[in-house]
Design a protein around this ligand. Structure first.
Ligand code: G4P
Length: 522
């Protein structure tokens, strides 16, 4: 059992849109032998051939809305990659996925450096001390100076960095990367299609000059000297603790620097880590199975209207057809056809281990965050919801379909498609999202899956803050004063819906004993 668990590497690749997440995923699949030839890498190509061509709306728009899982073997390792939505309107989905991984690879565009979404993603990793590796992509284009990039990463992402590979020039002159971790230079032929032959070069001999020319050889040696002077030895423990990010450079599109990343990744990245439940810490090598649902997707197969609930196994071994306890329903459930996901197909799984992700067919039994065990009462710790950025009243547009609408909203919220607040003043339902596209997905899915018609009405709000206080009198005062802006979330917690930054700041300074939280996890 220990062997099964220690060979697993479950991680997500995340990035600001367009940095090259898809291209990198595709190259990793190539190395894993899951796909033989990459298509001309198109931003949604892999998602199309892989697993997530699930929703019509995706097809129409070419946007990957859902998270998929890809697993493959590489040497002795079992790799589980959790793909995340490519569109930032679905960022909340990505954050949730990060609760199910043991480490993360962040892709950065070498020309653009740290972008808005990168900052947010790093913030989520920091909340959970998730180990992070950074891949600086697109070195085949004119990029920022790599030393400047390292400073920028350290500065903006607030994490120490340590390069483990180093680019030989960039743009048209880009020759490849030196593997600092293994102290080896492999020169690959650039190829968008396949993993190509590599040539091993000893950089301490003239062989280097013969491959990359005098000027670049000199530059590489000087850069490496400087690096060794500036950066301390790579400390694997600091990486595992989430304090230090190893940095790799390359070009995912041309397959430069990807094998260096992968080989080092499997060695240093953590195998499944202990997971904190409300009751206790759960160790992956415990005999008994435990797991939680971090994601629910609809319409995987458009011919069958069932959902798939993605379960991260936290400990032990899951077996098909065994009854497990669904904690929230206090009910034993037996899964007859759990699935696992390979790059291009899904298949029934008979057993799976801590670290693995399995798909459980679901007809509304699951809600994000649900826990499954062999009988022990456990609740895995919350999955953070951030304050939404956009808010709208949701109204019924077909009086005959009131019930369908209510059911649809309920189930979509269980899936975590958006957040629902009920205004306590007028009892109207407010949906909060990260972006406009989510409203469209909700409207589309309500109609297609629940036969319910909704209409959006504007509501001017700035942020939702979860409030709490040790001072019941002050809390009561606040809620009376702001009664028009008080709402409940689905767990019945008090939420203040501030209509502007100014109002929020005033509230914070007038009510010193009230804590305003911007995420639901506190
Ligand atoms: P994403 O999933 O993070 O959104 O990024 P994706 O891999 O889809 O890449 C975004 C764009 O960047 C794509 O171009 C892709 O070809 C390009 N790209 C990715 N890696 C590299 C690289 O290492 N070097 C260069 N020069 N470009 C790279 P596109 O124009 O959107 O698509 P396509 O027409 O090229 O397929």
């Amino acid at each position: 059992m220990n062997n099964e668990i220690s060979r697993r590497r479950t991680f997500a690749i995340v990035a600001h849109p367009d940095a090259g997440k898809t291209s990198l995923t595709e190259k990793l699949l190539l190395f894993g032998g899951q796909i033989q030839v990459a298509g001309a890498v198109k931003s949604n190509k892999i998602r199309k051939t892989a697993t997530s061509d699930w929703m019509d709306i995706e097809k129409q728009r070419g946007i990957s809305v859902t998270t998929s899982v890809m697993e493959f073997d590489y040497h002795d390792y079992k790799i589980n990659i959790l793909d995340t939505p490519g569109h930032q309107d679905f960022a909340e989905d990505t954050y949730r996925t990060l609760t199910a991984v043991d480490s993360v690879i962040i892709v950065i565009d070498g020309a653009k450096g740290v972008e808005a979404q990168t900052l947010k993603l790093m913030e989520v990793c920091r909340m959970r001390n998730t180990p992070v590796i950074i891949f600086v992509n697109k070195m085949d284009r004119e990029t920022k100076d790599p030393f400047d990039l390292l400073d920028e990463l350290e500065d903006q992402l607030q994490i120490s960095v340590r390069p483990l590979s180093w680019p030989i020039d960039n743009g048209a002159r880009f020759k490849g990367v030196y593997n600092i971790y293994e102290q080896r230079l492999n020169l690959f032929q650039p190829s968008k299609q396949v993993v190509t032959e590599k040539v091993e070069v000893d950089i301490h001999t003239e062989e280097l000059e013969s491959h990359i020319g005098n000027k670049q050889a000199e530059q590489l040696r000087a850069d490496l000297d400087l690096l060794e002077g500036v950066y301390p030895e790579f400390d694997p423990q600091a990486y595992l603790d989430g304090h230090l990010a190893p940095v790799f450079f390359g070009s995912a599109l041309n397959n430069f620097g990807v094998q260096e990343l992968l080989d080092c990744f499997v060695e240093i990245a953590p195998c499944p880590r202990p997971v904190q439940a409300l009751e206790r810490m759960v160790q992956p090598d415990e005999q008994k199975f435990t797991g939680f649902i971090f994601k629910i997707t609809a319409n995987i197969d458009p011919n069958h209207r069932s959902c798939i609930a993605f379960c991260k196994i936290c400990s032990g071994r899951f077996t098909r057809n065994t009854p497990y306890l669904h904690i929230r329903h206090n009910k034993q459930i037996r899964f007859t056809s759990p699935v696992q996901f390979m790059a291009q197909r899904k298949s029934t799984v008979d057993e799976a281990w801590a670290g693995d992700i399995i798909g459980l067919p679901d007809n509304g039994t699951f809600k994000i965050g649900d826990t499954l065990t062999e009988g022990e009462i456990l609740h895995f710790r919350g999955l953070p919801s951030f304050s939404p950025e956009m808010f709208k009243y949701i109204e019924n547009d077909d009086p005959m379909k009131q019930k369908q609408l209510a059911k649809g909203i309920d189930q979509l919220m269980d899936e975590g498609v958006a957040q629902l607040f009920v205004n306590q003043f007028n009892q109207r339902k407010i949906i909060g999202t990260v972006g406009q596209l989510q409203f469209e997905v909700i409207q589309y899915r309500l109609l297609n899956e629940y036969n319910a018609k909704c209409r959006w009405e504007p509501v001017h709000l700035y942020k939702a803050c979860w409030i709490e206080s040790d001072d019941p009198v002050e809390l009561d005062n606040f809620m009376k004063r702001k009664y028009q802006y008080m709402a409940k979330d689905r767990e019945g917690r008090d939420v203040f819906l501030a209509d502007s930054n100014y109002v929020l700041q005033m509230a914070q300074s007038d009510f010193k004993h009230i804590k305003f939280h911007f995420t639901s996890e506190f």
